[in-house]
Design a protein around this ligand. Structure first.
Ligand SMILES: Cc1cc2nc3c(=O)[nH]c(=O)nc-3n(C[C@H](O)[C@H](O)[C@H](O)COP(=O)(O)OP(=O)(O)OC[C@H]3O[C@@H](n4cnc5c(N)ncnc54)[C@H](O)[C@@H]3O)c2cc1C
Length: 653
């Protein structure tokens, strides 16, 4: 099957015209896909490399000015060549309007009579001479014939165009004004087809898909806060690190964007394809390569799901504690440096990765480190790739630390009169040093969702609620439960309700983990979800949750607040009608205010979902231009052609 895109990456589109432009730019257009207008800036900024129409760069200003000057001079020369006086008028500045008008009238008349002029030049000159008086008598035989002027214009136009596409001066400077790399120009359709054909020759027809549904699945996500109108043009299914390297080499040769894809559960359009390109899906790289119980580690491929992994290794008495979305896989979890409910006890993804095998943009295969739990050897490249959202390389093997499965686990639920009281309890639990295994907050709306979704047999009180997970020896679990009970009571919390058995515990915890999906199932027909996360220093959590909750309630929409409260990380999910501009605007303002507030409190715009396409502006606001400039330099040194997941984390280059 061939690539049937109408327009391919590299096509130049006016970013200010999105979404029309983004539709036009689409490698495969999708009905139903949608970019909320207020986020067009995010998308448009992904098209930043389409320099020709961006009025902000000096190159463009220069080119536009040059072309305009050329046109004016050419028109003047043409008119002069026809025998009019114009620039050689003594009082040109004062009389140019009059002359221009006269010249225009004459030119119009000349056009009307152009046929006869062309047939008989002498006749034409006679006509000019009557209309311009003495002018003809002063005009020597014109060098600038219409043909020559047209030639000059075409030549100048081509020169300026070539200058423009090779120029790196005005837009290669990064945010800090110091990054020197050129704007990416990606493959043409012919080059893409060549690359696909080469890869199919190497790995077989099925290894590269251009099937519409496949492309859609790899560029669009129902639970993503942002979706754009472009899709990848092909999906590659490698089976080994070596094959990933060959894919990278082909993409590098033809300058084709590469977008790594594992579980597809990320929420900020992290795997979307604003520049088309090839999505590299690791589906067939789903093996646990080595389990080493004595070392308490394992090595696996990227498409191993964290839930499947724990199922596979449970007999070893070990488990992998990082728990993001149920369908997430290790490769993508490295990509977003995710966390989850267990992070308050066990930490986030970056603490659990020992080493990585990475295929770089040019196909080079590297290993970031050996296998000891600690190492002070050289730069921390492992840490560099964790959380880089596929913008620096493709992770093909991961060595992970493992934790010991606790002897006992217990889950308790406690309702509170207010979110502030619940948040205050959570803070006091953390401050008292009780090694809680997990601590989650859900507001009244989310508790209503749990009840309506029927996730557990019990009906829960629909008020702000804390979910506690205790784990350890039976004695420790008992002791910690008593301590937390006392702290909850102090803040007006109800009696603890315990999950009655392991099954109930599992159901309750998965009700929390699948909260987003439950909300989606209960939404109004056609509604979209905007789900976002932010994190603040612990002491500010109660404040931000209270303010944000009030704003959510004021929206009058189906919206909830929940989060990993022990980490100072909370989430909001808002269902809204994308076709109602007023509703959209309200939601946009609400989310932006929440992020701004988090930043004002020395927090972050994302505790765990990453930047993707959706939070690039917030990242600049959070870290500043100089810090983003350093990130850009790192990116430019590892991926000078900017083919690795372009447009994510920050704008290019
Ligand atoms: C219901 C639900 C609940 C969730 N709860 C949480 C939560 O509690 N905590 C949390 O942190 N997140 C949560 N998430 C978000 C999501 O699960 C995480 O972001 C997760 O880490 C994404 O993993 P994935 O395999 O789905 O990655 P993908 O979505 O496939 O990819 C994520 C990013 O990593 C890159 N990538 C993928 N594979 C590779 C690779 N092999 N090499 C290099 N880069 C790669 C991609 O290009 C992309 O930028 C939730 C999502 C859902 C739908």
């Amino acid at each position: 099957m061939g690539i049937s895109s109408d327009l391919l990456p590299g096509t130049r589109v006016n970013p200010t015209l999105a979404p029309a432009a983004s539709r036009a730019f689409s490698c495969r257009s999708r009905s139903g896909s949608y970019v909320p207008p207020w986020r067009l800036h995010d998308v448009a900024s992904s098209y930043e490399h389409l320099w020709l129409y961006n009025p902000c760069t000096s190159t463009q200003t220069f080119i536009v000015t040059l072309v305009l000057v050329c046109c004016i001079v050419s028109i003047h020369l043409w008119i002069s060549s026809q025998g009019f006086r114009f620039l050689n008028h003594e009082n040109w500045p004062l009389t140019v309007g009059m002359e221009g008008k006269r010249a225009f009238t004459s030119a119009a008349r000349a056009l009307r009579t152009s046929r006869s002029c062309r047939r008989n030049v002498g006749q034409s000159r006679r006509w000019q001479s009557t209309s311009t008086g003495n002018a003809t008598t002063h005009t020597p035989k014109a060098f600038w014939t219409t043909g020559r002027v047209a030639l000059l214009t075409a030549f100048t136009g081509s020169l300026t165009y070539l200058y423009g596409i090779s120029d790196t001066s005005s837009h290669v400077r990064g945010a800090s004004g110091s990054l020197a790399s050129s704007k990416p120009v990606y493959a043409t359709k012919a080059e893409l087809e060549k690359a696909v054909a080469e890869l199919r020759d190497l790995f077989g027809e099925d290894a590269i898909s251009t099937d519409d549904e496949d492309l859609h699945r790899h560029g669009y996500s129902e639970w993503s806060s942002i979706n754009i109108d472009t899709l990848p043009v092909a999906v590659a299914y490698p089976r080994s690190t070596e094959e990933v390297s060959q894919i990278a080499k082909a993409c590098h040769k033809y300058k084709i964007p590469i977008i790594p894809y594992s579980g597809g559960s990320s929420l900020e359009a992290n795997f979307s394809a604003p520049f088309g390109g090839v999505s590299v899906d690791f589906t067939f790289m789903d093996k646990v390569l080595a389990l080493r119980p004595d070392d308490m580690d394992l090595t696996c491929q990227p498409a191993v799901g964290w839930m499947t992994l724990n199922e596979q290794i449970k007999d070893s008495g070990l488990f992998f504690p990082v728990d993001p979305g149920p369908s997430a896989m290790i490769g993508g979890m490295v990509g977003t440096s995710c966390s989850g409910t267990n992070a308050v006890r066990y930490g986030t993804m970056k603490e659990w990765v020992v080493n990585l095998t990475v295929v770089l943009a040019d196909g080079t295969i590297i290993k970031t480190k050996r296998r000891p739990r600690k190492s002070a050897a050289g730069y921390n490249l492992t840490g560099l790739f964790v959380g880089s959202e596929g913008t620096l390389g493709l992770v093909t093997e991961i060595t992970l630390k493992l934790a010991v499965i606790p002897q006992e686990t217990s889950v308790a639920v406690c309702s509170f009169p207010s979110l502030r009281a619940a948040a205050a309890t959570a803070m006091s639990v953390v401050r008292s040093g009780i090694p809680i295994a997990a601590m989650e907050i859900m507001d009244d709306v989310q508790m209503n969702v749990v009840n309506r979704a029927g996730a557990t047999k019990k009906k829960w009180k629909e008020t702000p609620t804390l979910f506690f997970k205790f784990s350890g020896t039976p004695g420790a679990v008992k002791e910690h439960t008593q301590q937390v009970k006392a702290l909850s009571r102090h803040q007006g919390g109800d009696e603890f309700e315990f999950a009655s058995n392991a099954e109930e515990q599992k159901a309750l915890w998965s009700a929390r983990k699948e909260a987003l999906w439950s909300m989606l199932a209960l939404r109004r027909e056609g509604d979209d979800v905007w789900s976002t996360d932010a994190a603040v220093p612990l002491s500010r959590l109660a404040d931000i949750i209270e303010i944000s909750k009030k704003e959510l309630d004021d929206l009058g929409l189906f919206a909830s607040a929940l989060g990993h409260i022990g980490d100072g990380n909370f989430h909001t999910s808002i269902m809204y009608n994308k076709n109602d501009p007023e509703e959209r605007k309200k939601v946009e303002d609400c989310v932006h205010r929440m992020v701004d507030l988090a930043l004002e409190m020395e927090g972050t715009c994302t505790g765990e979902h990453g930047i993707g396409l959706g939070k690039k502006d917030s990242l600049v606001q959070e870290l500043g231009l100089d810090t983003i400039g350093v990130m850009k330099k790192i990116k430019a040194s590892l991926d000078p052609l900017a083919i690795m997941n372009p447009g994510k984390v920050f704008d290019l280059p």
